[in-house]
Design a protein around this ligand. Structure first.
Ligand SMILES: Cc1ncc(COP(=O)(O)O)c(C=O)c1O
Length: 410
């Protein structure tokens, strides 16, 4: 479809750059129906389903991992991974503040304290150097989050973990099939946690998985997700204090079908992201998220770009997003720094009353996280993964709309 040439911005009464939507999400077909009927007709709708076993085997293989444990969501995946790794009261876990709340709430829910390491200004991923400065006697683990689907510096993180004896738990909730130096994420660290919530690149509406290459950790994660049972034990034998966090075969059925298209979709997102990056680099004040050369695959759950108001006549990022949405391009600002979320502030204060660990105020933590502060306040812009499943013309529309705003304000 031809694009409008009207240079007046849509927020000022001009014609929007685009009047139609982007690629729909979720994508599904008869394959999902077939797998769901398979569960229905098997009459095994819970424990013992071979659909669960098949999903775990295939999801692990897709990520070059030895073991998978399927769970109901990514939040519980993180909590179970932490428990399997032995993280508990009084421990500290380093993680970035630029992530979804589950990364830190899972740490607090097992009784440990999240310690926030600032992010890299160009990639928005945890900075191993900042993490190194925060290691103390109570530090037990580190959670690199592959934000937007871009693998964090796993070489730097693993080296740090090796030197200090830390467990590495990858938060891969947004990074299905992303790869670092030729290896898919998930079991590059000790454990990796995935989400299959509605927005995710592989989805069943809800769902989660834990990957590992370590059989002992796999068995422990299995126990914690299955009310503390042990694989070869009796039905009423509970060795650890677990929860019921078993995925249903209905979820596994949908996920098996989703995985059938995942490689092709990964390729399409990367191709469109490369084109969009090229187009956006031509616009003053817009810079796509930096992709390290060692990233072999970026999952592009999000296409993140940086906005510099200096090239837009000083207009704020939020004004820019209003103008861009009015042009017909759905784009959002993203996270609030996690140390500023009331839930985290309150839970941290409550925990420190018991453990004696100092509860630092949001302002104190903010002073050590200047990049996160700037990024959240005035810089980051997100486009969602479904947009990247569209056409080259879709990418051109996004760049045209941003270019139009820049010319009007710059
Ligand atoms: C980085 C990150 N970690 C963890 C989660 C939690 O996953 P879920 O929503 O499946 O609980 C999400 C999901 O939004 C996420 O984006």
């Amino acid at each position: 479809m031809p694009c409008q040439s009207d240079e007046r911005l849509a927020i000022d009464g001009g014609t929007p750059t685009r009047r139609w939507g982007f690629h729909p999400w979720p994508v599904w077909s008869e394959e999902e129906e077939k797998q769901l009927l398979r569960v229905l007709r098997s009459a095994v709708w819970g424990i013992g389903s071979d659909v669960i076993a098949e999903f775990e085997q295939k999801f692990a293989a897709l990520h070059q991992a030895r073991f998978a444990v399927s769970v109901p969501n990514g939040t519980i995946a993180l909590e179970i991974a932490l428990r399997a790794a032995g993280i508990s009261y009084g421990d500290e876990v380093i993680c970035p503040p630029y992530t979804f709340i589950a990364t830190a709430s899972a740490v607090l829910n097992v009784g440990a304290l999240p310690v926030f390491a600032d992010i890299d200004p160009e990639s928005y991923l945890i900075d191993p150097q900042r993490a190194a400065e925060l290691i103390g006697p109570r530090t037990k683990a580190i959670i690199p989050v592959h934000i937007g689907g871009c693998p964090a510096d796993l070489d730097g993180i693993k080296e740090l973990a090796r030197r200090h004896g830390l467990v590495v738990i990858e938060d891969c909730a947004q990074a299905h099939m992303a790869a670092w130096r030729g290896r898919r994420v998930g079991a590059i660290g000790d454990l990796g946690c995935f989400s299959f919530q509605s927005s995710k690149n592989i989805t069943a509406g809800e769902g989660g998985a834990i990957l590992t290459d370590d059989e002992k950790l796999a068995d422990l994660a299995w126990s914690y997700h299955n009310v503390g049972r042990v694989r070869q034990g009796a039905w009423y034998q509970h060795e650890v204090l677990g929860v019921n966090a078993r995925m249903t075969p209905w979820q596994a059925a949908v996920l098996l079908a989703q995985m059938g298209r995942a490689e092709e979709q990964l390729e399409r997102r990367e191709k469109n992201a490369a084109l969009l990056s090229e187009l956006l680099l031509q616009i003053p004040g817009i810079r796509p998220q930096k992709r390290d050369e060692r990233v072999s695959h970026h999952a592009y759950h999000l296409f993140i770009f940086r906005y510099d108001k200096g090239a837009f006549g000083g207009r704020s990022r939020d004004e820019f997003l209003k103008a861009l949405n009015a042009e017909g391009i759905p784009c959002s600002a993203g996270y609030v720094p996690l140390y500023r979320e009331n839930a985290i502030v309150k839970a941290t204060a409550a925990l420190s009353r018991f453990t004696g660990q100092p509860a630092r105020s949001p302002e104190e933590i903010a002073a050590q996280c200047p990049v996160t502060e700037r990024v959240c306040r005035e810089e980051s812009c997100w486009l969602t993964q479904n947009i990247l499943l569209g056409t080259e013309e879709d990418m051109a529309d996004i760049a045209r709309a941003i270019g139009k705003i820049q010319r009007a304000w710059g």
